[in-house]
Write a protein that binds this ligand. Sequence first.
Ligand SMILES: [Zn+2]
Length: 283
Amino acid sequence: MPELPEVETVRRGLERHVTGRAVDTVTVLHPRAIRRHLAGPADFTEALTGRSFEKASRRGKYLWLSVGEDALLAHLGMSGQLPVGEPGRPLSPHVRVTFTFKDGGPDLRFTDQRTFGHMTVVRDGAVLPGPIAHIAPDPFEPAFDPALLARKLKSRHTGVKRALLDQSLISGVGNIYADEALWRAGLHWARPTENLTGPQVSRLLDAVRAVLTDAITAGGTSFDSLYVDVNGESGYFERSLAVYGREGLACRRCGAQIRRDPFMNRSSYSCPRCQPRPRHGRY
Ligand SMILES: [Zn+2]
């Protein structure tokens, strides 16, 4: 599933290849892809045809291209991609929406095998689309407030990993990067948030930013061969993961065997020595 680094990689690709270009045609091949655009495919198409994509933005895992005062808002879901390529190339059966441009150059195809992703046009959404205004800023946004997060963690009686995944506290941190950041910060995933010290919260935030930055630099992690960036290249950060997916392998810091625990129908990976279990953990 694309997480923040993958989505940021896609945003950068869109900024390079799509912004500043005027849309010639919009074709909705599968209405499910625009199910959140309640006014329907004809309205969606009309809202974008002939207009220019001006800026590519992101909050957490949402992307948007501004179009005047409006925005084309997209979520890649589990398997969404936004490849750009020569208009004459073969059309994959998973393409849901295509955009061609007036300059006749590379087109943009919203491709999504599992169809959990979606696109919608949000009126007056250029600055921050209404449907995502409730999502907390991610740690790279100027609006992100570390002191506010620290206060919320104190008052929230939950485990630290659950808090990292809570999009109302901090956005853009998914399962993989939460495990990696907790390992870097030396914190067990079930540590009660109310007991974290100020320095621990700072260390954790630094670790979250560092992990995400490394992953963005590497072009995102790709566990799922379905994920490709805007140019169709998969990321390779997975090679440098410290704990995620490494059950039974040696901790890169201390050599202990990485353990895996069940967590919210998924898994949490941690080092038994670097991240000791808390006495009163919130599991
Ligand atoms: Zn270790």
